[in-house]
Design a protein around this ligand. Sequence first.
Ligand SMILES: Nc1ncnc2c1ncn2[C@@H]1O[C@H](COP(=O)(O)OP(=O)(O)OP(=O)(O)O)[C@@H](O)[C@H]1O
Length: 206
Amino acid sequence: MRLIAERLTASRGSEPIFADLSLTVEAGEALIVTGPNGIGKSTLLKVIAGLLKADSGIVTLDGGPQEAETLAEACHYLGHRNGMKRELTVAENLGFWQRFMAAPALGVEEAADAVGLATVLSLPYGYLSAGQQRRIAMARLLVSHRPIWILDEPTAALDVASEARFGGMVEAHLRTGGLALIATHQPLAISTQREFAMTPGLTVSA
Ligand SMILES: Nc1ncnc2c1ncn2[C@@H]1O[C@H](COP(=O)(O)OP(=O)(O)OP(=O)(O)O)[C@@H](O)[C@H]1O
């Protein structure tokens, strides 16, 4: 499996953000997108996930799962927001995502346990601390199977132990043939990674 973005050009409003940007991510690999605030990392991830339309260029998945008709169906996207309802319990939130995404993988309890939070399942999500909320958002990646993980600053708000646990989660995902595209300002504990540095000046490739 290979994720290929070719000559992507994107803008927000009337503002050009990047042009002719190309990258490839292979199965088993994490591509880490870095660069200063406002350079366009989140925009790039949203375009690749199919959440924003590019002005031009194409994103393709070579050798992806046959059941996925679109790239969006083959990926988990975790943005700055966690995508959880504050009033629902942690278990209800994870259960919702498991049903919504289909392709169930770990059970809700197992996924919460994998992020070290098996004890908070019956609490309203809104009661959790910022770091705990982010960890439960990561558990969402485990309750259904998607071969592509697109993650925007996933470790913001995490403590050191949780950063290490996150690195282990991504490595396990890569070992089973998945791939990851991750925007971050922080070093990540992932051994199989390659950096894609976005710099001022609009044409880049990786
Ligand atoms: N909804 C929007 N409408 C208009 N402009 C936007 C919108 N969202 C982002 N932008 C602009 O697009 C540019 C790129 O933003 P983006 O969030 O992709 O950057 P980033 O590299 O992810 O930044 P950061 O490191 O701060 O998260 C910024 O100049 C930002 O102001």
